[in-house]
Design a protein around this ligand. Structure first.
Ligand code: PEP
Length: 273
C-alpha cells in the first residue's frame, strides 16, 4: 500500500496564493495494493505445501501482497504453513449454511483461515452456470463474512473480435459488484486463460482504465484504492510489461502459480514495478 500527500489546487487562478492550497489527508489518497494472486484450481495435495512454503519465504522479501487460493482440502494446512502469504478460497456459496451438498460458505472459509475468496471465475460461470447476479450474491456473502472477494470478469473471444470487450466486461462487472469497496477485481479475458494468448498491451491498458473509471463511478474516491489484477497466461516472460500498465495492480495467475520456481519471478516482477 502506498501513502501519498496530495496538494490540490482549489483556486488555480490565485496561484501561488497559499490559501489556494488544500492538503488532502494521506489515507484519503492511498493507492491500490500490489497483489500477486495464485489460483491453484483443482490441483494440489498436502505434498504441495512445500511449494507454498517457498512462495511464503520469497514473499517475505518483496514489496507486494501474495495470495494463494489452494483447493479447499488444503486451506487449513496452507494457513499454518504460509506466514507471509494470504490464503483464499476459490468459491463460496451465497448462503451462510444449509442443504447445499458439496458447497462451502464464506464463514467456513474464514473458519479455515482464509482471508479472501475468488468469485465469478469464468470456469465457475461456465461449468456451474453462474451469472453475475449469483456472483454478486456470493461477493456480498464474502463481504458479510469479512472475506475480501476477488471478483473475476472477462470477455469471450467473440466479444473481443467484435469490438465489444470493454462494454461486455463493464456491464458484467457492474452487475457483479457488491456495495463494499474492500474488494479486488480481476480482469481475465476468457480466451487468454490457460491458452498462452494474451491481449496486446494497449488492450490491457484500455480495459484496466475502463475498469478504474467504472470503480470511480460506483465507489467514488474509494474506487482508486481497489486493486485491479490482470489474469490470463501471465508468466515471468510477460509479467514486467503487463505490470507497467498504469491501472494494473497485479495478477491472478493459474498455471504459473503451481510451482514456486514459476510464480516467484512473477512476484518479483510485481515487487519491482
Ligand atoms: C486463471 O484461471 O485464473 C488463470 C489466469 O489461468 P492461467 O494463468 O493458467 O491462464
Amino acid at each position: 500500500m502506498y501513502f501519498g500527500l496530495v496538494i490540490e489546487l482549489v483556486y488555480p487562478e490565485k496561484i501561488p496564493s497559499f490559501q489556494a492550497i488544500k492538503v488532502i489527508k494521506s489515507e484519503e489518497f492511498s493507492m491500490p495494493t500490489k497483489i500477486a494472486a495464485g489460483n491453484w484450481k483443482m490441483n494440489g495435495t498436502q505434498a504441495n505445501i512445500l511449494e507454498l512454503q517457498s512462495i511464503s519465504t520469497a514473499a517475505d522479501q518483496l514489496d507486494c501482497e501474495t495470495i494463494i487460493c489452494p483447493p479447499a482440502t488444503m486451506l487449513t494446512m496452507a494457513t499454518r504453513f504460509s506466514k507471509k502469504v494470504l490464503i483464499g478460497g476459490q468459491d463460496c456459496h451465497s448462503e451462510t449454511a444449509g442443504a447445499y451438498t458439496g458447497d462451502i460458505s464464506a464463514q467456513m472459509l474464514v473458519d479455515a483461515g482464509a482471508s479472501c475468496v475468488i468469485v465469478g471465475h469464468s470456469e465457475r460461470r461456465k461449468h456451474h452456470d453462474e451469472n453475475s447476479e449469483i456472483v454478486k450474491a456470493k461477493a456480498n456473502a464474502a463481504v458479510a463474512a469479512t472475506l475480501t472477494p476477488i471478483i473475476c470478469v472477462g470477455e469471450t473471444l467473440q466479444q473481443r473480435k467484435s469490438g465489444n470487450a470493454v462494454a461486455a466486461v463493464s456491464s458484467q462487472l457492474e452487475e457483479s459488484l457488491p456495495k463494499s469497496s474492500k474488494i479486488i477485481v480481476a480482469y481475465e479475458p476468457i480466451w487468454a486463460i490457460g491458452t498462452g494468448a494474451i491481449p496486446s498491451f494497449k488492450e490491457i491498458c484500455e480495459m484496466h482504465d475502463a475498469i478504474r473509471a467504472l470503480l470511480f463511478r460506483t465507489h467514488g474516491k474509494n474506487g482508486q484504492k481497489i486493486s485491479i489484477l490482470y489474469g490470463g497466461s501471465v508468466k515471468s516472460s510477460n509479467a514486467t510489461e503487463i505490470f507497467s500498465a498504469t491501472n494494473v495492480d497485479g495478477a491472478l495467475v493459474g498455471g504459473a502459480s503451481l510451482k514456486s520456481t514459476d510464480f516467484v519471478p512473477i512476484m518479483q516482477a510485481l515487487s519491482k514495478s
